[in-house]
Design a protein around this ligand. Structure first.
Ligand code: GDP
Ligand code: IMO
Ligand code: MG
Length: 428
């Protein structure tokens, strides 16, 4: 298929970066389409670790073209820093990395408001990454966001910044008691970025359209996950963009088209960073086992991730809302060594069994997950390279999930490295 959308099935950190890197070898163009530097995608190739926040994980494949699409919010400092880090690691991006003229810029006041909003919410805080993502999208929707293309014209950029900053300063000083931000300082800082980032700017939507027409293969790298989607996630404990597959098309500027591979990335257990409902969360020694063995600490903020059994209710919902064609099951190796393994197939609450995801967070906080329990395996499966290499109990776990979801698990990840991957069905 010419287009493959990689989408997280839960609350992010499912291993999207690793899978995109793996699939990237067969793609021509790899694009991020939504979110910003709140994402943290870790890729390990031949023992070298790369962490991506804005740049698509496909960049490690020499000669592949990478795109930061229309729907993104780009912090220019973070973007330039990421390029520099890549260069130090021997990865050259010139001529094969492009950013959308229409993408919005994350400004210094966005990061400040992110912090102040969280304080204002108090106990109801979201636990954001603090990267200014929500406030940047808020300005976009209010139609006074500053876009990459605005950096092209010094005078009109100055005019836009002056207008918005006057308003932001009023809020900052009157409501949050913060000192006024200096127009001159921000203007100079962003003019400095302009010089460096404008050479990367193109009409990415037109580029992707042309690439598809030339028969090229495009891989869209989702950030965050379905349950963090602004419309379809556990609102208000969500991010401010649309990580679902249709949001990915929207953010890429690609219209709906037939024959798309929509690959859901699902971790063999579930994790969540920040606040919000998480019915299968384990606050016991098994939760700690998963966090420590799975190295579940945020790639962006370093926060420990909450861990629990695989939430199959959320998974089935994600498959429905994304119309997933198949699944990649990641971090299966982490479950090794546990005597019993569970996955949740329904929630119990208010006198009934729920197989559809219920959106009342008061219910989600108090429901009881119903689990299917299977025997675990002792073996280290990280060197398995074919389905037959996996212990019978591991295969049973995989097949039980397939029975629950009704779509194939086409790819299995048994370690963080590029090669630690088992392919059951070719995607392209
Ligand atoms: P993303 O945000 O969805 O790209 O996921 P993250 O990169 O934030 O988190 C996934 C973490 O698990 C990263 O540190 C990966 O290197 C690692 N990882 C990915 N797949 C596997 C796997 O199959 N096994 C193990 N042990 N680690 C994995
Ligand atoms: P990747 O792409 C996990 C979470 C934050 C918080 C909520 C809102 O690595 O999977 P935001 O800063 O976006 O306003 O925070 O969303 N969050 C993520 N959690 N992985 C991510 O990205 C995330 N991006 C945002 O922890 O709960
Ligand atoms: Mg991540």
């Amino acid at each position: 298929m010419p287009l493959c959308i990689v989408v997280g099935t839960h609350w992010g950190d499912e291993g999207k970066g690793k899978i995109v890197d793996y699939l990237g070898k067969d793609a021509d163009v790899i694009a991020r389409t939504q979110g910003g530097s709140n994402a943290g995608h870790t890729v390990i190739v031949e023992g070298e670790k790369y962490v991506f926040h804005l740049i698509p994980s496909g960049i490690l494949h020499e000669k592949k073209v990478c795109v930061l699409g229309d729907g993104m919010v780009i912090d220019p400092f973070a973007f330039l820093q990421e390029i520099e880090t890549l260069l130090k690691q021997g990865i050259e991006v010139k001529g094969r990395l492009f950013i959308s003229a229409k993408a919005h810029l994350v400004m210094p006041y966005h990061r400040l408001f992110d912090e102040f909003y969280e304080k204002w919410r108090g106990k109801g805080r979201i636990g954001t990454t603090g990267r200014g993502i929500g406030p940047a999208y808020e300005d976009k929707v209010a139609r006074w966001g500053i876009r990459v293309i605005d950096l092209q014209d010094r005078d009109s950029f100055a005019e836009k910044l002056k207008m918005i900053l006057e308003y932001k300063n009023l809020l900052l000083s009157k409501i949050f008691g913060h000192p006024l931000l200096s127009f001159e300082q921000i203007f100079a800082e962003y003019l400095g970025y302009a010089e460096k980032i404008l050479p990367y700017m193109i009409d990415t939507s037109a580029f992707l359209y042309q690439s598809l027409n030339e028969g090229k293969k495009i891989l869209l790298e989702g950030a965050q996950g379905t349950m963090l989607d602004l419309d379809h996630g556990t609102y208000p404990f969500v991010t401010s963009s649309y990580p679902v597959a249709s949001g990915s098309l929207l953010g890429a500027g690609i219209g709906p088209l037939p024959n798309i591979e929509i690959l859901g990335i699902c971790k063999a257990y579930t994790s969540r960073v920040g606040e919000g409902p998480f019915p299968t969360e384990l606050k016991d020694e098994i939760g700690t086992y998963l966090r420590e063995k799975g190295k579940e600490y945020g790639a962006t903020t370093g926060r420990p991730r909450r861990c629990g059994w695989l939430d199959g209710v959320a998974l089935q919902y994600a498959i429905q809302v994304n119309n997933c064609t198949s699944l990649a099951l990641t971090k299966l190796d982490v479950l090794g060594g546990l005597p019993r393994i569970k996955f949740c197939y329904a929630y119990q609450g208010i006198g009934k069994e729920w197989r559809e995801f219920p959106f009342d967070s008061r219910f989600l906080d108090h429901c009881t997950p119903l689990y299917e329990e299977l025997e675990g395996w002792e073996e280290d499966i990280s060197s398995a390279r074919s389905y037959q290499d996996l212990p019978t109990n591991t295969q049973r776990f995989i097949e039980s999930i397939e029975d629950l979801i009704g779509i194939p698990i086409s790819l299995i990840s048994v370690g963080p490295g590029r090669g630690d991957t088992i392919i059951r069905k070719s995607l392209w």
